[in-house]
Design a protein around this ligand. Structure first.
Ligand code: SAH
Length: 271
């Protein structure tokens, strides 16, 4: 069925990360994992020809599907013309203002995974079931002291619990991508540690992981143009040496938050 739609419309995929999930087993597992019900308003990103869309639509009160490709949007509008609960938004997910939704379910365009994820995490929702490139998914959940522990890990951890719920082989897609995939479950929740100023914390995390081979002391000095703190050298000397002598990749999110909070305090007191 799914494959016949691709053939009928002569869609070969390729552009815009177009790798359509055609394996019924994985489509069903994604939808099951979202535990959908009629009170849900679901956002789908990159609906393609509607393989996931059609399965989600059967369960939920409202489904808002964003798709960039005008040709695919035309197909989606035709396919879902008789559905009262499906809205198709033609546009770039990075440009559209996100609607109100409580769940997000999507087989994402991988090349913009980071941008989409950071945008989503700052938004209010209850549950995300999202397909990513496997390596990207690993980076979302890796512990400190590993090469995959990154700005993405710390930011994800700040906003949500994240776990890989299944790996998905290349053969589940048409055309098959060159990379393996994984589905990540995201459950937003308040962080278990205090962050005084969210924007400053996120800027700090971006800055210090941009210098991940440097000790925190130098990473902060080198990126103070972004942090904007007066007397930064003096201030660094007041911060715990045990943190300053480690790299960002060796510190827990809560430890990074502690340093960010201290810096933010100095910044506001001395500006
Ligand atoms: N969900 C479908 C298609 C996944 S492929 C399926 O599983 O079969 C990724 C989809 O994202 C493609 O349809 C592609 O056109 C779309 N896409 C790519 N970049 C996008 C963007 N910036 N905004 C919205 N959709 C995008």
């Amino acid at each position: 069925m799914v494959e016949s739609i691709l053939d009928e419309y002569g869609i070969t995929g390729g552009d815009h990360d177009q790798h359509f999930l055609v394996d019924e087993h994985f489509l069903n597992k994604i939808v099951d994992s979202a535990e959908l019900n009629e009170d849900d308003t679901v956002l789908e990103i990159g609906a393609g020809i509607g393989n996931l869309t059609v399965k989600i639509a059967g369960w939920v009160g409202k489904l808002i599907a964003v798709e960039l490709d005008p040709y695919l949007c035309a197909i989606l509008r035709e396919r879902f013309a008789d559905y009262d609960n499906v809205e198709i938004i033609e546009g770039d997910i990075l440009d559209v203002e996100l609607p109100v939704f409580n769940k997000v379910v999507a087989n994402l365009p991988y090349s913009i995974s980071s941008h989409i994820t950071f945008k989503l995490l700052k938004h209010d929702f209850e549950l995300g079931i999202l397909m990513y490139q496997y390596e990207f998914a690993r980076r979302m959940i890796s512990p400190k002291n590993t090469k995959d522990y990154s700005r993405l890990t710390v930011t994800t951890n700040f906003f949500a619990d994240a776990s890989i719920i299944m790996k998905v082989p290349r053969s589940a897609f048409k055309p098959a991508p060159e990379v393996k995939s994984a589905v990540v479950k995201l459950i937003p929740r308040p962080a278990s540690f205090e962050v005084v100023d969210e924007d400053f914390f996120l800027t700090f995390v971006t800055a210090v992981f941009g210098q991940r081979r440097k000790k925190l002391r130098n990473a902060i000095l080198n990126t103070n143009n972004k942090l904007g703190i007066n007397n930064i050298k003096e201030i660094i000397n007041t911060l715990p040496n045990e943190y300053m002598n480690k790299r960002a990749e060796n510190l827990e999110p809560s430890e990074l938050a502690y340093i960010a909070n201290q810096l933010f305090k100095f910044k506001t007191e001395n500006s």
